[in-house]
Structures are given as structure tokens and as C-alpha cells.
Write a protein that binds this ligand. Structure first.
Ligand code: MG
Length: 491
């Protein structure tokens, strides 16, 4: 039986939305890679029109979705189809158009203000915009509705069913244990706090060759995948047979570009492994932002930064980067695994990363509940940094203003980074022969494992249901801690 036999009409209708999204994805990929910059404002207008059309199509589907919703004997895929559509429609139905428009307007202004404020280290400039954004996000939470805590309404937009209760539980387990691991890593002194290779410059053409060879090593399919260059690395799915990533070349500290390639490849592999029978349906996407991030972090950190992987890429690096002539595998392994408390999230290592997220989680939670005010944020931020990592930003540019997310109205997104790490840890715990598969470069095995446990379902199941099916439990931070202890403390 076809997976969508009972909802054929809906499947047909949805193809319009799918096709509009297809075009929109292609346009946004082009905007970030090859578009002549002078076309930016025209492109903005056109993508705005497409987004509006998509919204209208969703609202048109509302009646049809309600018609099928209560139907008996629906398959898991059919139920998933309706569940995902309902989530999209709910946002447009419940949040008044004026609020969405107001938010769009403030966001388009806030982005430029934020960038300047960050460069000047001047929070005062960005403050009125952030106040407006937080105020609108609170209203959106009220319109969407929630149980217990307004933050739950926003968390659910990125990670279905994820709540403050989950977040509190996860961070309460993670933080004291990560502190303990961090202290012990420093006592042992095996993993350095910094490395001389971090300041060595490279030729971009050499690194391009390295990255291409790494993609071959990972067995990325040449007929349905490509890599280009953009200011900020990202992955985009055009369809299940056209998935694209980007990287960037900053000219020094070569691990940055390599690990952006491995990270984005992890996202791409997820998209490529979604079952082809789900194509052109709303299930042809990851289960959630956090589950998506679990794939990228599993490939980047657990595979990519392992001794076994360094052994595999060592010849590629030696052949192409002449400045590595005096370095051996162990030294390279240390270079890609430096551990140090830093002020900047995007520079953070596996041991300290989740402190950066805990801080943002606490701040967002308190902002939504009106426990704190936007004007107090720089102080609160700096106090958290000192409490968690023992360092204090010297200005707001390296503190509260460092991330783009809030200027884009993304409140509730940050915790999904930690969920990505947590779920990557769960994969590590339940994958029996991982070390062997990495040593032998047997990445087809790794992909089959991930496909069967997670990827092939796309968004058929909610993230929690998917985790229970795959691992018999939801987000369990203890597996991540076990991985970190094995890697960093048993040496
Ligand atoms: Mg990512």
C-alpha cells in the first residue's frame, strides 16, 4: 500500500506548497552563494512574495486537514503528515497577521542595528529593538498558548514538545558534571588550551583540495550533493536528490573549514537518507532542529574529532598542507581538540559549549516570564559567564551582543544546540562498533545505522517519539557525559 493512500487529496494539494518551497530554497541558496550583490533588494521582494504565497496555501489547506484529522486507520506516515501540517497552520491561524508583520518589520531593521552595536560593543543601541522583539515574542507565546511557562510555546516552534521541565532537567545534570570534567581536563593537561597551528595560515586552493577529499572519504554522493562557499556555512535541501552545503575559508586555523564541512555534511546526510517515499510531502525534512543538529554534531565531533578519524585524514592533510611536515597524528588530534573556557559560543569546544547554551536558556526563560528586563541583560550575561566559565567579557560585543539569533527574532532556538549534543551522545552510546567503522572508513555502515534508527523517518514522528523508538528514552544527557569522560578523562 502507498504510504499516503487515505489522504491522497491532501498529498496532491500539498505539492503546491512543496514546489513553492523548492523555488524559495533555490533562491535563498543562490542569494548566499552566487547572486550578484546588486540584486539583493529585488531578491528580497521576490522571496517575500513567495513566503506570502506559501502562507496562503497553508491556510487554504486548513479545512482539508481538519477533514482528515480524526479519520480512523491512518498510517504513521499519514498521521505524521497531518501533524506537521497542523503545526504550520496553527502558527498562521493563531498569531494575528499584524503581529507577524510588526515582527518582520522590526527584524529587518534590527539586523543592521545589531551588527553595528556589536562592532561598537554598545548594547544601548540594540536595546530598544530587543525590547520590542521580546515584547512581540511574548505576545506570540500568548496567542499560541502553552502550559506552565510562556517559554514553552516558543521552544515548541523549534523542538516539538520540548519544555522548560525538560530543559531544567537536562542542564541540572549537565552543568555540575561538565564543570567536573573541565577541571579534570585541565589538571591532566593532555588536551591543550591552545595550539600553535591555530595561527598558521594556509592557501585556500590547498584547503579546497583537502575538503574535496574529505567529502570523498565521507562518500558524499556526487549526483545529488554539492559544496560551495558562503559567508556563513549552511546546509540546504532543495529536494531529496539535491542537497547542498557551504563552507568558508578564513585563511588560517585550518580545522575551522574542515569541521564546518564535516558538520554541514552531517546535516546533508540526514536529508539524503530520508526515505524517498516521503518526497514532496511535509515529512521530507528532519524531525526537529535538535535532532538535525544531533546528526551534524555526531559527524563533526564524535566521528570527526576522534583519533580514528584523524588517522584516516592524516595522509590527506600531509599531502596538501606543507606546514604540517613536523606534526604527527597525536599532535593533530590535540590541535582539533583544544579545551578552554572562551567568551564566544562559536569558538567553544565540546566540554565548554553547553555552558554557553545554558546561559542563553536561563536568560530567555527569565525574559519570557518577565523575571528580568532587557536593560539588565549585559550584567546578567557577564555574571553567568563568570559563574559558569570563570571569565568575564570586557565589552558587550564579546558578551551579550555576540549572536545574531535574537536580532532575527529567534527566541527558543538556542537550546536545540545542546539537544543536538545530547542526542549525538545517545547515538554514541547505542552504536556498538563505531570505532571500527571509523577506523576502516566504513561510512556506509555509519549511514545505514543512522538511516534505520533516525533518518529514514524524516518528520513522521515527533522528536520525543522518534527518540523513544530509537533509544527507548527521550533526551538523556548522561550519554553525552559518558562520551566526554571516555574521551577526555580516560587518557
Ligand atoms: Mg548545524
Amino acid at each position: 500500500m502507498m504510504p499516503f493512500e487515505n489522504i491522497k487529496e491532501l498529498v496532491e494539494e500539498y505539492k503546491k506548497i512543496w514546489s513553492l518551497n523548492y523555488a524559495l530554497s533555490l533562491m535563498s541558496w543562490d542569494r548566499e552563494t552566487y547572486m550578484p550583490p546588486a540584486d539583493a533588494s529585488v531578491r528580497g521582494e521576490v522571496t517575500g512574495v513567495f513566503s506570502e504565497l506559501i502562507k496562503e496555501e497553508y491556510l487554504k489547506l486548513n479545512n482539508l486537514v481538519q477533514k482528515y484529522e480524526g479519520k480512523e486507520n491512518l498510517s504513521d506516515e499519514e498521521k505524521g503528515f497531518i501533524r506537521v501540517l497542523n503545526r504550520e497552520i496553527k502558527y498562521y491561524v493563531k498569531v494575528p497577521i499584524e503581529i507577524i508583520k510588526e515582527l518582520d518589520k522590526i527584524i529587518s531593521e534590527a539586523l543592521i542595528v545589531w551588527r553595528n552595536a556589536k562592532n561598537e560593543g554598545n548594547f544601548g543601541k540594540f536595546k530598544p529593538y530587543l525590547e520590542k522583539i521580546v515584547d512581540l515574542e511574548r505576545k506570540i507565546a500568548e496567542y499560541l498558548g502553552y502550559e506552565k511557562h510562556p517559554y514553552n510555546a516558543l521552544l515548541d516552534l523549534y523542538e516539538e514538545g520540548f519544555t522548560v521541565d525538560d530543559g531544567d532537567r537536562i542542564f541540572n545534570i549537565l552543568l555540575p558534571n561538565l564543570k567536573d570534567i573541565l577541571n579534570k581536563v585541565r589538571e591532566k593537561g593532555y588536551y591543550p588550551a591552545s595550539h600553535p597551528l591555530e595561527s598558521v595560515e594556509y592557501e585556500i586552493k590547498d584547503m579546497e583540495k583537502v575538503n574535496r577529499e574529505i567529502l570523498k572519504l565521507l562518500k558524499m554522493p556526487e549526483d545529488s550533493f554539492r559544496m560551495d562557499v558562503s559567508a556563513h556555512p549552511f546546509t540546504i535541501r532543495i529536494s531529496g536528490s539535491d542537497v547542498r552545503i557551504t563552507t568558508r575559508y578564513e585563511g588560517k586555523d585550518f580545522k575551522e573549514t574542515i569541521y564546518s564541512v564535516v558538520h554541514e555534511s552531517g546535516h546533508a546526510i540526514y536529508e539524503l537518507l530520508i526515505d524517498k517515499s516521503l518526497e514532496m510531502t511535509p515529512l521530507a525534512q528532519g524531525a526537529s532542529t535538535g535532532i538535525h543538529e544531533s546528526q551534524s554534531r555526531f559527524w563533526e565531533n564524535i566521528i570527526g574529532r576522534s583519533k580514528e578519524f584523524i588517522h584516516l585524514v592524516f595522509p590527506i592533510l600531509k599531502n596538501n598542507l606543507s606546514f604540517l611536515k613536523d606534526y604527527d597524528e597525536e599532535e593533530l588530534h590535540k590541535y582539533v581538540n583544544t579545551v578552554r573556557p572562551s567568551l564566544t559560543r562559536v569558538d567553544a569546544d565540546e566540554v565548554t559549549y553547553n555552558f554557553h547554551i545554558a546561559l542563553r536558556y536561563e536568560i530567555e526563560k527569565k525574559l519570557l516570564n518577565e523575571d528580568i528586563k532587557v536593560e539588565e541583560l549585559p550584567e546578567i550575561w557577564n555574571d553567568f559567564m563568570e559563574k559558569y566559565l570563570g571569565i568575564r567579557p570586557k565589552n558587550d560585543g564579546e558578551g551579550i551582543l555576540q549572536d545574531i539569533h535574537w536580532s532575527q527574532g529567534s527566541i527558543g532556538y538556542f537550546p536545540t544546540y545542546t539537544l543536538g549534543n545530547v542526542v549525538a551522545g545517545m547515538i554514541y552510546s547505542s552504536y556498538k562498533n563505531l570505532k571500527d567503522d571509523i577506523s576502516q572508513g566504513n561510512f556506509d555502515n555509519v549511514k545505514s545505522w543512522l538511516r534505520e534508527k533516525i533518518c529514514k523517518y524524516g518528520a513522521t514522528y515527533s522528536p520525543k517519539e522518534l527518540l523513544i523508538r530509537a533509544f527507548g528514552k527521550t533526551y538523556d544527557p548522561n550519554d553525552l557525559l559518558k562520551y566526554l569522560r571516555e574521551k577526555y578523562l580516560s587518557i
